[in-house]
Design a protein around this ligand. Structure first.
Ligand code: G4P
Length: 525
């Protein structure tokens, strides 16, 4: 098969949802269809259960599981599918944001009864920033949920995207009969059975009398009315609008009952994008370019505390990656050769000889890579990652064991390179501040510093509202600001100026007093 064909048949995507909406269950059913696994229950949820006796012990367990399921690749109907897993816990939302930089499309799972929840809204914002095509799967139709039209209204308003149903439910909960597939013009009948696949009947015209016999007179009448409304209210499906990230096709089903999943998958492989061009600082890189390029979007440290060995996850952006070929590590300016790159095929890891744009390659590493690093066949390129967002929680990190200060320094530096959290060094007192999205990240850092580096840290409170990256066209004003706010000035990991505002009021005053300074809540502007 030509390289072009190989790239064209790749579908690399992530499934995102609020915890408990059914992401794990859906992933598992997709893998079952792909023949990548053979029994239900094989995919472990990477959710951190609330009942866990100790959060960090649970995290350690999860890390073992999550490396195996970070990327699940399988073949389906001539397509190569790569599902990128995202952490189930919202405290690790940053990991999810970064994973979204490596996918070409996204499937959002929504619980039919709960509708859109906070985390989904935040993740959708990231998709919007990147114009990532999204598809929706409304799950748990076997339970009493909301009226489909109400739910669609809410999703449109909350996620800020136009919807276009490609399947439509007939009843719900105990009286759920199935869905009408508008894309293929057929009826999918629901039988509540967790393993078997639903029965499909081609119904090219919903006025057909056959419908009455299949789902009953009342349901048929309702379906016909619904269809009229659907056609009147929602735009018809256009692939271009979907690919531009402006229209989200919607599917209804029940992942647990394996219902509606096949329709989703069949339609997905047909309409979802193959690898898309990726923007580098210098230029846009087309996936079909011959020369290999890629970037690191995730680093997974090893469970073995005696060795600092990790796996760097590289998204291949263009061309063809080969084992044992020299590639340029742009930040280090040196050539590197990888003798045992890994492919992720569902739950197995295996050494790969080659990979194509769209694929994810795991590179065993001993600390050479940082999140965002670019690898190329030689060209000087820098892929743009996702900017860092201002963290939501802040704490001073202090060394609790002065004999281990070197280990502590090294540990912090490497964990930050891995993207575990963000660090800001206060320029006034030189104290280090760790910024996170949630409490669990602090626990992870403390635990990993101790177990992987033998260093003990202590947290001290600091009351901060936001970290703002600042810039100005007037160097004099910038200097003046930095002098006036010296106590609140910090540098981020890359040495950029950050203003640490301790309250919304202080920030607003600073914005009023310094009109020529721009305050940003993300690290790239
Ligand atoms: P997540 O990864 O998004 O967090 O969700 P997950 O798939 O773990 O599903 C959350 C819960 O919802 C699970 O139940 C799962 O069995 C259930 N579920 C998933 N899809 C459906 C569906 O279509 N219908 C119904 N009725 N339930 C569904 P649990 O009790 O939390 O876990 P488990 O003990 O069943 O594994």
């Amino acid at each position: 098969m030509s390289i072009r064909n190989e790239i064209e048949r790749r579908r690399t995507f992530a499934i995102i949802s609020h915890p408990d909406a059914g992401k794990t269950t859906l992933t598992e059913k997709l893998l079952l269809f792909g023949g990548a696994i053979h029994v239900a229950g094989a995919v472990k949820s990477n959710k951190i259960k609330k009942t866990a006796a100790s959060d960090w012990m649970e995290i350690e367990k999860q890390r073992g599981i999550s490396v195996a399921t970070s990327v699940m690749g399988f073949e389906y109907a001539g397509y190569k599918i790569n599902i990128l897993d995202t952490p189930g816990h919202q405290d690790f939302a940053e990991d999810t944001y970064r994973t979204l930089t490596a996918v070409d499309s996204v499937i959002i799972v929504v619980d039919a009864a709960k509708g859109v929840e906070t985390q989904t809204r935040k993740l959708m914002n990231v998709c919007r920033m990147r114009k990532t095509p999204v598809m929706l799967f409304v799950n748990k139709m076997d339970r009493e949920g909301r009226d489909a039209f109400d739910l669609m209204d809410e999703v449109e308003a909350e996620l800020g995207i136009k919807l276009c149903p490609l399947t439509w439910p007939i009843g719900m909960g105990a009286s759920f009969k199935g869905v009408y597939n508008l894309y293929d013009r057929q009826l999918e009948l629901f039988t509540p059975n967790k393993q078997s696949i639903s029965e499909s009947v081609a119904i090219h015209d919903i006025r057909s009398a056959e419908l009455d016999a299949l789902v009953g007179e009342k349901n048929t009448r309702k379906l016909r009315e619904d269809m009229e409304l659907v056609e009147g209210v929602y735009p018809s499906f256009e692939r271009e609008t979907y690919l531009a990230g402006e229209l989200a096709p919607v599917f209804f089903g029940s992942a647990l009952n394996n219902f509606g999943v096949k329709e989703l998958l069949n339609c997905f492989v047909q309409i979802a994008p193959s690898p898309r061009p990726v923007q580098a600082q210098e230029r846009k890189v087309d996936p079909y370019e011959e020369a290999f390029t890629g970037f690191v979007f995730k680093i997974h440290a090893n469970m073995d505390p005696n060795h600092r060995s990790c796996i760097a996850f590289v998204k291949v952006c263009s061309g063809h990656f080969e084992r044992n070929v020299n590639y340029k590590h742009i930040r280090h300016g040196k050539l590197m050769r990888f003798s045992s790159p890994t492919a992720f095929m569902a739950q197995k890891k295996e050494t790969l000889d080659e990979a194509f744009a769209g694929d994810i390659v795991g590179l065993p590493d001993t600390g050479n890579f940082k999140i965002g690093d670019t690898l190329t066949a030689g060209e000087e390129l820098h892929f743009k990652g996702l900017p860092s967002f201002s963290p939501e929680m802040f704490k001073y990190i202090e060394n609790a064991d002065p004999m281990k200060s070197k280990q502590m320094e090294k540990g912090i530096a490497q964990l930050m390179d891995e993207g575990v959290a963000q660090i800001f060094v206060n320029q006034y007192n030189n104290r280090k501040i760790i910024g996170t999205v949630g409490q669990l990240q602090f626990e992870v850092i403390q635990y990993r510093l101790l177990h992987e580096y033998g260093a003990q840290c202590r947290w001290e409170p600091i009351s901060l509202y936001k970290a703002c990256w600042i810039e100005s066209d007037s160097p004099a004003e910038l200097e003046n600001f930095k002098k006036r706010k010296a106590q609140y000035m910090a540098k981020d990991k890359e040495g950029r100026d950050v203003f640490l505002a301790d309250s919304g009021y202080v920030l607003q005053m600073a914005q009023n007093d310094f009109e020529n300074i721009r305050f940003h809540f993300t690290s790239e502007f």
